[in-house]
Design a protein around this ligand. Sequence first.
Ligand code: NAD
Ligand code: GLY
Length: 359
Amino acid sequence: MQQLTVNLDDRSYPIHIGSGLLGQIELLAPHIAGRQVCIVTDDTVAPLYLARLCQTLADYRVLPVVLPTGEAFKNWSTLQQIFDALLEARHDRRTTLIALGGGVIGDMTGFAAACYQRGVDFIQIPTTLLSQVDSSVGGKTGINHPAGKNMIGAFYQPKAVLIDTDSLRTLPDREISAGLAEIIKYGLIRDRQFLAWLEQRMPALRALEPSLVTEAIARSCAIKAEVVAADEREGGVRAILNLGHTFGHAIEAHQGYGNWLHGEAVGTGMVMALELSHRLGWLTEAEHQRCVALIAAAGLPVAPPHGMLAEDFRRLMAVDKKVLDGQLRLVLLKQLGEAVVTADFDGQALNSVLAVTGQ
Ligand code: NAD
Ligand code: GLY
């Protein structure tokens, strides 16, 4: 088992990574203050892992809340189901919420924990590759609004993150690829050695070779923990974690939440950010093509959805959370392994990137 720490003073917390962690009460118990626990999951994950987790928590009064599966349900009315269940079961301020599922469940459970009785503890048990390398770490929680992705939410850190790599065995290939998008992101923004490591091992990673997957998760979480510790509330450097997300969020909103997976949209969004970085002269053609090839090798789409027009991107990107005073800011690469957040780019170069869309 590997353990990392997200260093946030008195709100610091561990990330445990390994096989069989779902059965290890000693990793959970130190983070559960009372006797009441509410496990929030979805109706895909529940038949796979809920009974096992309930068994591990046999000494607690466990309230399971099973939500409908999918990004399309990351909204107010689904969130309300968590509050309804907590109130009906009379959960008090010492309750602990446990998110058992992918990023949708993690983001919603964290937001519910931030709001319920003005804040209760929560633990992340991410079960998708994407949630294990990204969404379970760093305390961004929330829901979607029809006008924009993740527009309603709170920064609220978990007490612990438990990454049981065994849960990846039931994950569809398409979801593995989606997780790989965020893993590639860390190499692009922060660590070109990791990028080369990924290039050499992509087929084995897609096949879930255990030691490689654990290493990739640990490296990703280490980079994320370092960035979050430096800038918890995204006043500055944390925004680099959103490489490709401005384009990607626009794709998700345009296609209808859930039709393109978040990781797929991020994969294509990164291709667009790489192309813009190349057009600005920051990446060579060879570097640009090398990165696009890696994203394709991960099984991700590398072109925007058919029929999505440049004006669709412009309209949807205008509600991105990185827009400040009406000015669009993008995460771009100055070089491989070094990202910048900037509004200072040639508008013509962006026009050229968007012009190839919608064909
Ligand atoms: P998801 O939560 O929708 O899960 C993907 C699918 O896999 C779902 O159908 C789910 O039921 C299923 N599933 C989950 N675990 C499984 C398992 N072990 N075996 C079989 N099926 C399983 O999607 P995701 O990719 O995990 O997360 C995407 C969400 O995360 C988006 O809403 C995105 O905005 C959010 N996100 C948040 C952050 C953050 O920092 N908070 C970062 C990145 C992404
Ligand atoms: N996924 C972006 C962040 O956590 O900041």
